[in-house]
Design a protein around this ligand. Structure first.
Ligand code: NAP
Length: 460
């Protein structure tokens, strides 16, 4: 049996691996010429150990029943119907490419960006490489208290000599070296006990070489409702440790380094203020307090007090959001493919024959890379159940070679695994003399030219 997995990030690779184990032939398609999704274009460049997970994916790619086809965009190059005609199962592993917006006045001002754009930019994602970030201001505000907010704050605070040996895109290395940003304010709408940071990432913020971490002792102390929650069985260890770490930061001596990350809590963005050039000059925030909501959850409630934080760069880091795929049912409220336990369902809740979802587009943008392994395994279990119960579409009329030929016809710049390996070898060789893991090629046309030169067509 044959399966197409659309999206070659972690969840796509884990699904491919499970499907191979279940006896399927797998074609893994990606919009980009390169595999690995957010491992290549999301994980912060100063976290190379996390990126070494790609060795696991390389192993999956060695299976003779596996093929990679890069440069294939679902909806543009091939349609959902065409895939369903050719495969017994189609698995969407497309991730959540978009981001949540604040929905406040001033969001269109120059200098206000999605953190996802900034992440894509410093990681050399072809769709984000052209962005320009004005790093001339002394203070930047990062809105949100998740790990992406920590990543972007840390990247803004690293010294040039810390960024230089990483696989940060060359354009970003140059821009960050000239950055005037001395202070990053990390802004949470709720308190320390509700922060979404994980403990190692929050600790790492306190170990930066040239930046102090600053927490106001008044901010670090949990409010009464949070203190009660922390003392109860309902709490989790991560939240308790976060509060401890933040409490220890609040006890640190006055900042002495050239740069600082200031964590501020109980502040909701209300309006972005612009100067006469249409560039952001500040953020008006409402001061909140924590209250137990009707569902028992602890929510932020405005006190009526407001403040303005002057700044020249704002990165909103308030969560990713999925984008609909043509012809695939979408749950607009959650920003995900409509699915029940990985089976794509129509609006009446009936499973669609042969269509499945894995990873962030199935369950939302949460968890670490390894979370996607479990998630993919659960979906593949459903696929195997459907196969065994005869619920998958009947055998496709075209075989593996015919499908590869069809894709080659559709996509002139089609990239195979051999093509990716050639690009990978080029990037790593370019990095070696500089002690860098790789020098990323960031333009798709350049990637394709390098691959064409290295791998004569047609290549396996
Ligand atoms: P996240 O963990 O969901 O955090 C989103 C943050 O945005 C929360 O603090 C949330 O606050 C806040 N927020 C949402 N709407 C807001 C609004 N309108 N105004 C102000 N704040 C708002 O999302 P993420 O940081 O994008 O991370 C996504 C996933 O990737 C997470 O599972 C994360 O752990 C993972 N990740 C892991 C690493 C790592 O392991 N090193 C690195 C990066 C990302 P509320 O709680 O109040 O809603």
């Amino acid at each position: 049996m044959r399966a197409a997995v659309v999206g070659a990030g972690p969840s796509g690779f884990y699904a491919a691996d499970q499907l191979l184990k279940g006896g399927f032939e797998v074609d893994l398609l990606d919009k980009l010429p390169t595999p690995f999704g957010l491992v290549r274009a999301g994980v912060a460049p100063d976290h190379p150990k996390i990126k070494s997970v790609t060795r696991v994916y390389d192993k999956t790619a060695q299976d003779p029943r596996f093929s990679f086809f890069g440069g294939v965009e679902l909806g543009a190059d091939v349609s959902r119907d065409e895939l369903l005609e050719r495969y017994h199962a189609v698995v969407y592993a497309v991730g959540t490419a978009s981001d949540n917006r604040l929905g406040i006045a001033g969001e269109e001002l120059a200098g206000v960006h999605a953190a996802t754009d900034f992440v894509g930019w410093y990681n050399g994602h072809p769709a984000h490489a052209h962005h320009r970030f004005d790093l001339a201001a002394e203070r930047a505000v990062v809105i949100g208290n998740g790990n992406v907010a920590i990543d972007v704050a840390r990247m803004l605070m690293l010294a040039a000599e810390e960024v230089a040996p990483t696989d940060t895109a060359d354009h970003a290395i140059a821009a960050l070296a000239g950055s005037a940003v001395r202070e990053v304010v990390l802004l949470g709408r709720r308190g320390p006990a509700q922060a979404a940071f994980t403990n190692p990432e929050l600790r790492e913020l306190g170990e930066l070489a040239r930046a102090d971490v600053v927490v106001d002792p008044a901010d670090a102390a949990p409010d009464p409702a949070s203190a009660a929650w922390l003392a109860s069985d309902a709490t989790d260890r991560t939240a308790r440790s976060n509060v401890e770490i933040l409490g220890a930061y609040a006890q640190r001596p006055a900042p002495a380094r050239s740069h600082r990350v200031v964590l501020r809590f109980l502040r909701s963005p209300v309006e972005l203020l612009g100067d006469d050039r249409g560039h952001v000059r500040g953020l008006r925030v409402a001061v909140n307090r924590i209250e137990a909501g009707p569902d028992g959850g602890l929510r932020a409630v405005a006190t009526g007090e407001e403040e303005v934080i002057p700044c020249g760069l704002v990165l909103r880091s308030i969560g990713y959001r999925g984008e609909p795929l043509s012809g695939v049912p979408f749950d607009d409220r959650r920003g995900l493919i409509a699915n029940v336990d990985g089976r794509v369902v129509d609006p009446a809740g009936t499973p669609r024959r042969g269509e499945y979802a894995v990873g962030w587009i199935k369950r939302g943008p949460s968890g670490v890379i390894g979370t996607n392994k479990k998630c993919a395994a659960a979906t593949v279990e459903r696929i195997l159940e459907d196969r065994d119960a005869g619920r998958l579409p009947s055998a496709p009329a075209v075989d593996r070679d015919a499908t590869a030929g069809w894709l080659r016809e559709r996509v002139p710049g089609l990239v195979t695994w051999a093509g990716w390996e050639a690009l990978d070898a080029h990037e790593t060789a370019a990095g070696r003399p500089h002690g860098r893991p790789r020098v990323k090629v960031v333009r798709v046309a350049d990637m394709q030219a390098l691959i064409r030169a290295a791998v004569p067509e047609p290549a396996g």
